[in-house]
Design a protein around this ligand. Structure first.
Ligand code: 6GU
Length: 470
């Protein structure tokens, strides 16, 4: 590959003789030349700049000087890269395209207030030249030379034969699916009291890979949440989705990418939307074969806005809602009646209730769970009941269930009854619903015994599960 850098400070590019890039040049993998812009000037002062048209501070580099310098370098076409704080952010995808393109890469380093805009305009008008005005980030440097170094290093290391082990290109940050790289460690295993995470030295490669993936997602959420918004949902595993849910992102059914989700206590304005959500999702929780009219009767009696309002107002109920599309919640759109949209459109324009939990605290610290079969197996007091966990259809399997479950456990664990901390959270779930049971088990619930649950005439066999909160 041929690369030309044009600058008024050729010495600034001396580092390109060093290290891997220097070796690539010596090995003939890249043909790199640095040119002094002033060599094309003809006046006594070797002038390259003049005052800005229209006034203003500083100096602007002259188009005619740049034209003289660039024409011979771009005679056969190629890419003209112009570093500038006002350029588009340089990305790995851009570097990839430059490394695989043909024709020379010519980097035009500006100084002062930049290069006369007609230079980019002129070469953009040539159909054999691609013009790339690029920036390294949202900060200002004195000139383009550091950005030229960055571009050249970023491109040359992608050329075949430059980096010894091509695997290391595939695994690093920004190379794969758009997540940041996980933290890395090497000997000594203990340094200044800090240990290498044991999973990495356990010899369990599957566990190590899972650990690294989780750290990647965590880092990306903390440092570059914008990258999570661009993740390809199709490439996310179930484990990824669980991790993302914990980090406040879920993937609605059919959506291209994760969307932000928050769990908060319900307020009076949520009653209508909650009733609609509950009615829409109740059937999903019933065993197959449950009669339509039994479901309808249950909904009409128990899942009304009035009931929801009563729960919200009750001092012994914890009602939490998951709101999706709250990345822009600050815009004040709020959540109220009609904001539940069952469709899996993945839209995030305004918040949508995607699920809720209802937890009942006991009326007193020593209150016995209301059903005999539960009281027989839930021993700790005070014991709260996780009465409902509803997930809108579009969010089943999205990881939202775990997020809601963890939030309900956390809210219950910090609640008190008669001044005593709540010690257990119990729930009943259909004995044959193994998926639900597994999900509860992952959140720390254990099966303690059987229970019967009635919808209309039908009696369902449930199991009672308890989460120890002590
Ligand atoms: Cl490419 N040039 C200059 N002068 N400043 C920058 C930059 C480029 N990228 C970030 N800051």
């Amino acid at each position: 590959m041929r690369i030309d850098v044009v600058t008024i400070f050729p010495d600034y590019l001396a580092p390109l003789d060093l290290s891997l890039i220097g070796k690539a040049r010596r090995d003939g993998l890249v043909d790199l030349a640095v040119h002094d812009l002033r060599d094309v000037t003809t006046d006594r002062h070797r002038t390259v700049d003049d005052t800005p048209a229209g006034g203003g501070a500083g100096m602007v580099m002259r188009a005619d000087v740049w034209g003289e310098a660039l024409d011979p370098l771009l005679a056969v076409g190629g890419v003209l890269a112009i570093p500038a704080p006002a350029g588009e952010p340089l990305t790995q995808a851009t570097l990839d395209s430059l490394a695989t393109g043909d024709g020379p890469l010519v980097v035009a380093c500006g100084r002062y207030e930049g290069i006369d805009a007609r230079v980019a305009e002129h070469y953009r008008g040539r159909d054999d030249v691609r013009v790339l005005e690029y920036s390294l980030g949202d900060y200002v440097l004195n000139g383009g030379e550091v950005a030229a170094l960055a571009l050249v290093e970023g491109v040359v290391r992608l050329l075949p034969g430059v980096v010894g082990n091509p695997d290391s290109l595939a695994e690093e940050s920004h190379a794969g699916d758009g997540t940041l790289e996980y933290p890395v460690y090497t000997r000594p295993t203990e340094w200044r009291g800090l240990e290498i995470p044991p999973v990495l030295t356990s010899g369990d490669h599957g566990a190590a890979a899972a650990w690294r993936r989780e750290r990647s997602l965590e880092r990306t959420a903390a440092r570059r949440p914008d990258l999570l918004d661009a993740l390809d949902a199709g490439a996310l595993t179930k484990a990824d989705r669980r991790t993302l849910a914990r980090l406040g992102r879920v993937v609605p059914d059919g959506a291209p990418s994760p969307v932000p989700v928050t769990v908060r206590d319900a307020g009076p304005d949520d009653a209508e939307a909650l009733a609609a959500l509950a009615a829409a999702t109740f059937a999903l929780a019933c065993p197959p074969g449950t009669a339509e009219e039994d479901i309808a009767a249950f909904v009409a009696e128990h899942l009304t806005a009035e009931r929801m309002a009563a729960h919200i107002a009750s001092p012994t109920a914890i009602l939490q809602v998951a709101e999706v599309g709250t990345g822009r919640a600050e815009d004040g759109t709020g959540t109220g009646a009609g904001s539940v949209r069952g469709a899996a459109d993945g839209a995030t324009a305004r918040p949508e209730l995607a699920g809720y939990t209802l937890t009942h605290l006991p009326g007193s610290a020593d209150a016995v769970p209301y059903a005999d079969d539960v009281a027989a197996v839930v021993i700790a007091r005070p014991a709260a009941e996780l009465s409902k966990i509803y997930i809108a259809r579009a969010y089943l399997g999205s990881g939202l269930g775990r997020l809601l479950l963890d939030s309900a456990v956390a809210a219950t664990a910090t609640s008190e009854v008669d001044g005593e901390p709540v010690r257990a959270l119990w729930l009943g779930t259909n004995a044959r619903n193994r998926r639900a049971r597994k999900a509860y088990e992952r959140a720390g619930f254990v099966v303690v015994g059987p229970r019967r649950f009635r919808v209309g005439d039908q009696v369902h066999d449930d199991v009672v599960m308890v989460r120890d909160l002590t």
